[in-house]
Write a protein that binds this ligand. Structure first.
Ligand code: INI
Length: 158
């Protein structure tokens, strides 16, 4: 018997609890990212009461909170939102490396959808292009990925 798993575009049959961990650094951008993500989650059938949000200072602080919350197993998925902008210093590379490694590790350790919703851009303009500009709205994409991955993981766990 062959298996085919493909939940692209399929909505959940019932709402699930979702956590969004969002960083305050570059808050003009991360607030728009959060708004777009929440809007699309609601369109896809998630109830507002099922969306928890935790705000942290910067992207570096996202993995520890995500790890703690993933281990409590209260949410079907965690969406990590942030904006890392290169600017002038090498800090960018450290921040990007730590947050991406951290999120990947938590997802593999907990076998939970941990959606990497961190914009990593050269400048602010590139970030805004991804918030309803030339590159669509990444918040919508992160919400859609979340809904799809909850269904993939649920199907594989049965
Ligand atoms: N945090 C971000 O979320 N984005 C950035 O662009 C950024 N830059 O460029 O410095 C940033 N730095 C702060 C970092 O995430 C931590 O909050 C800080 O290092 C304290 O741990």
């Amino acid at each position: 018997m062959s298996t085919k798993i493909n939940f692209q575009g399929k909505v959940l049959s019932k709402s699930e609890k979702i956590l969004i961990v969002v960083s305050r650094f570059n808050s003009d951008i991360t607030e728009k990212l959060l708004k777009g993500t929440e809007k699309r989650l609601l369109e896809l059938g998630i109830h507002q009461a099922d969306i928890d949000v935790i705000i942290v200072p910067g992207a570096i602080e996202i993995p520890v909170v995500t790890s703690l919350m993933a281990s409590q197993n209260k949410h079907a998925a965690i969406i990590c939102l942030g904006a890392v902008i290169r600017g002038e210093t090498s800090h960018y590379d450290y921040v990007c490396g730590q947050v991406s490694d951290g999120c990947a590790r938590i997802s593999l350790e907990t076998k939970k959808p941990i959606v990497f919703g961190i914009l990593t851009t050269e400048n602010e303009a590139q970030a805004y292009e991804r918030l309803g500009g030339n590159h669509g709205h990444k918040g919508y994409e992160f919400a859609e990925t979340t809904i799809e991955m909850i269904q993939v993981i649920n199907a594989l766990r049965q």
